[in-house]
Design a protein around this ligand. Sequence first.
Ligand code: SF4
Length: 404
Amino acid sequence: MSIPTDLVNRYPWLPSLKLQYSDIADKEPSEFISDLFSKGDSKQISERVLLIFEFAFNNLEDIPNPKDENLSIQVYILLKILIYALNNKLITNRIANLYSKNAYNKMERDNSESDLYNICLDLELRVNFYDPPEKFGIKILKDNRERKITNFTIYYIDYLKLASKLRDDYRKLTHNSLKNGYVYIQNRNLMRLIQEYVRTKILVEETEDKASLKSFLEEVLKIQEFKELYEKIKNIWAKKEEDFDFSFKIDITNKTDILKLYPPCVLEILKKAKEGQNLVHHERLFIVWFLLALEYPVEHVVDIFSTLPDFDREKTNYQVEYAKKKKYTPYQCSTLQSISLCKKEKYKDTLCLEGYGSIEPSERKKLKHPLAYVRIKQYRDEKEGEFLKSKEKREQEESQKKNE
Ligand code: SF4
């Protein structure tokens, strides 16, 4: 079944792009780029693409509406070519997160059940559409009980396929109402699943095949306008990357690079967040409780989540504030081990693997808590600092004596 062309114009990530615009979508990248930059609207397309990169690098959560929606297909294809050309996982994740969030916001703004139904058909999702909507459960908010209604059910296999990377508890199949193998899903939740589809569609693995990337770049960078755009994006990223590195150096003591004090289980989560990868529920809880225990400011904890695919600043802020009020204690090592979040083997960390307290292995104490890791590292850092200072002083005194 073919879907309206207008829908593909508005949502160019739909599979029907290849059918309805095969003259554009099937072109070789270099041919697409040279055609694009030979036309009058190329400046507008470049500006739009550059804006998307800038917004992604600045961690913004929505892209302003384009002046001309008819160019969204060219924008989408050019964006994908640039992602491949830049071959940088951090950039790819940021673009995928922003672009897919924007797709969600657009579906929400358009607020059309028939569009949503057509999108599902095009994605080959097995859905049922109900008009009028069906009642299927009860939402309890404080003292209020409300019947839930929806226009859609989705086949449970398709639901699981799309929801597999979304780790929230409420998305688990056991927490959702089913009817004959179909899951009742509210429109917004369905849009959220489609957002995840868009995100994975944008994600391109960093290529290991450097030779073919090199020959691809040699070919496409011959087109001057594309080269300028590519260089501009690279330059903006180079400046931004320094900021990101800095923002992950959490300075709670003003004296030392705090990252050196963090255990592998924490570094791993920060690394994933920095790359824009999704975090599982336990990772989220642990990193929040851990950073709050070190009196890390709420807004900075919230910022750590800003690169995640499903980031919602207001919601995250509320959750972090709540955790702060409750003063939760971060998981201890044994818990982290049982939920596979301990990374001592991966990072081959001596303190985690061998313990502390004595040179004699049999007398060493086992590390029990990630916060103890920070304290021990901090203590060792200070001792090392003191040792170096007194060594320097001794050497100065000795050289003075020699000169007398
Ligand atoms: S031993 Fe403890 S502190 Fe070290 S990585 Fe494992 S859980 Fe984290």
